[in-house]
Design a protein around this ligand. Sequence first.
Ligand SMILES: C[S@@+](CC[C@H](N)C(=O)[O-])C[C@H]1O[C@@H](n2cnc3c(N)ncnc32)[C@H](O)[C@@H]1O
Length: 473
Amino acid sequence: MPDAVRELYSDRRYPALSHPDAHPGVLAATARISGVPSPPLPESCRILDIGCGSGHHLLPLAERFPESTFHGIDFSDTAIRTARRHADAAGLKNISFEHADLAEWDPGDSSFDYVLAHGMLSSVGDETKAALLKLIQQSLAPDGVACISYHTLPGWSLRQEVAAMVKALPELGSDASAILKTLAESARDGGTPYTAHLASICESMHAKGGELLAFDELAPVCDPLHFGQVIQWTGQQQLRYLGEATLPGNLPPGLDPGALAKLQPLASDPVRFQQTLDLLSGRTERTSLFCHASLALDTETTTSVVLHFSARLAIHPLPMKTVHGEILELFHAALTAAWPSTRPVTELMEECASRLGPRWDPARGAKTIADWLYQAARLGWVELRTDAIQADPKSTARPRLSPLNLEFARSRTALVDGFHRSCGFPDSHWQIAAALDGSRSVAEVTALARDHAPDLDVEPWLRHLASRGLLVD
Ligand SMILES: C[S@@+](CC[C@H](N)C(=O)[O-])C[C@H]1O[C@@H](n2cnc3c(N)ncnc32)[C@H](O)[C@@H]1O
């Protein structure tokens, strides 16, 4: 079976993906909340990405944080060559890529503040899983944080059945997409909760597209895992579970608050609690954080820790009914005005203080804001991270992408925005994106689009790119 995995990645090109939840600015904030005393900041850290593919997650980090160092390993020669080509074209000196099998790679004396294994655990055979977890343990710095994502059971189980049927029913369509469409349409007509659920799974698999499905549900190894199993394996490597990469990940959506209250008897057993949440929510993915079991965690962490971070509304506009009292109304207004940028909480708080003047009580104000912000982040209303992201929706006079995004645009590979989300374009728009090198005025870009992409409304498009932090000064 492992050879089948190797064949898959040497025969086909894995899609270029970046993962916002595995950004070190997000990981540092969540790790600090989880009690890691001083998680390394993205501005000065060492990151290892195991199974880095063509480096799409790591490269934009290397460009954004020039004082940090990045290393990616992957056994796909094509992926590593592509990653190196992008790094060279963008002039990145703080990143390296190595062609290696993780089961044989020796980190030597190197250790890393963040070790990432995204999309790996569920896509390799059992021996490689064991080697992966051992490598994470060996390469993680004493106060480092590992980020491991995987497909979860029981939520993923019906997908496994659908994937098996897609492989077994070629009569239903010319390819996987066509078969999924047929299954989705047949299920949708059923009118029961089961058929609605099945239809939604078939539709979401269909929406992934054949390219990604081949590496995911339809891959030779697609091994969803129970959370408890992962905790057992990582525990054998002396790794301690910290929580999910983002705070809302610990309380998946779709659960009634009353259901959580009924789970109170499980509060002292976090693994069984989380396993039960997985059953109730039907979640299909986890991105879990770990540290060395020997690391002494700060057990005194309070909500005030969020005052050291940057914040941004995840829901914009966030309804006013979520805040009560003058301080929170002002804070809400400051967050709303800052959107889509992420701003340091201290700056937002200073704005509240200056609006309130002598009525601002620093201790009470900070506590009120910290308590609300913490809850708002848990509920997914606000995103927290350690780095601030400037995303001004106004386009510049001579729009310019960063050197790396320009290289991505020229090679028709998804751009990566300021929040680490991928950004692709319809065929005819790539050429216009590749022209955003700062040498053209907005009028010149508009003229170019008139000839090559007449459907593109350039000014709103540029504002959209700017609001995603894609245009640089
Ligand atoms: C599912 S993809 C994930 C890519 C990337 N981490 C992401 O999340 O977008 C798995 C990656 O791991 C690599 N891989 C699988 N088994 C490996 C092994 N034994 N050693 C090194 N790389 C491996 C594949 O080549 C592929 O790039």
